[in-house]
Design a protein around this ligand. Structure first.
Ligand code: Z5A
Length: 208
């Protein structure tokens, strides 16, 4: 059986990943493409528990190394129990964030060593990389304003503005370094215009 495609959505806080993931799922399913929708950190029972550890505020501070290792521990579970089996069954996997988020948040945001991230990426994923990554890009202030309607801030949302600027910068650098895999979507536009850009990308993909 032909394996499914692995598509990831990336971008800063509040740029519209969840909203557009749902849109992409509906669009693909209406064209008879079987889709598994998932997210990182998380996606399986244990990976969701690790997600809670990563996002909740704790009395004891989480070290940067522990944060990085937890992200990859969750990813190892997610890959083995959800992503790889789905792809092998011929399903497309739409994933809200993946390892590019680690380069952006732990690398760009926290300033951790990129070589260390790359070593963990190779160890956990082997040669698996997304087939396509949509970067929903918008100014940090736009995403923050959209996300601000939610309740209490989690560990990442409590970071300072410049942290999110570094995250955005890292994403744009990654997109520039891998133009064959990345498509940059202008997520600052009204939703119908964002979704029009996504439809163009998906249409090109299914007519390949
Ligand atoms: N993290 C990490 O550090 N390292 C890693 O390796 C991974 C993750 C994988 C959890 O992410 C945290 O984990 C994340 C990084 C870290 N922290 N942060 N920040 P998450 O994906 O769960 O959290 P998030 O980025 O905060 O996602 P989000 O806030 O849920 O945003 P979103 O999914 O991109 O946005 P949305 O919920 O679809 O939209 C937000 C609102 O804007 C909503 O009311 C929409 O109706 C509205 N919206 C959406 N699009 C538009 C447009 N175009 N115009 C107007 N309004 C819009």
């Amino acid at each position: 059986m032909k394996p499914g495609l692995f598509i990831t959505l990336e971008g800063g806080e509040g740029v519209g990943k969840s909203t557009n993931l749902q849109f992409m799922q509906d669009w693909l399913q209406s064209r008879n493409i079987q889709v598994s929708v998932t997210r990182e950190p998380g996606g399986t029972e244990l990976a969701e528990k690790i997600r809670a550890l990563l996002l909740e505020q704790h009395q004891e501070s989480l070290t940067q190394q522990a944060e990085l290792l937890l992200v990859f521990a969750a990813r190892a579970q997610h890959l083995q129990h959800l992503i790889l089996p789905s792809l092998q069954q011929g399903r497309w996997v739409l994933c809200d964030r993946f390892t590019d988020a680690t380069y952006a948040y732990q690398g760009g945001g926290r300033g951790l060593d990129i070589q260390m991230i790359s070593m963990l990426e190779n160890t956990v994923q082997g040669s698996l990389r997304p087939d396509l990554t949509l970067l929903l890009d918008a100014p940090v202030a736009t995403g923050m304003q959209r996300a601000s309607k939610r309740g209490a801030l989690d560990r990442f949302e409590s970071e300072r503005y410049d942290f999110f600027e570094r995250v955005r910068h890292s994403y744009l650098q990654q997109a520039q370094a891998s133009p064959q895999r990345y498509r940059i979507i202008d997520a600052s536009l009204p939703l119908p215009d964002v979704q029009q850009q996504i439809v163009e990308v998906l249409t090109a993909l299914i007519t390949l």
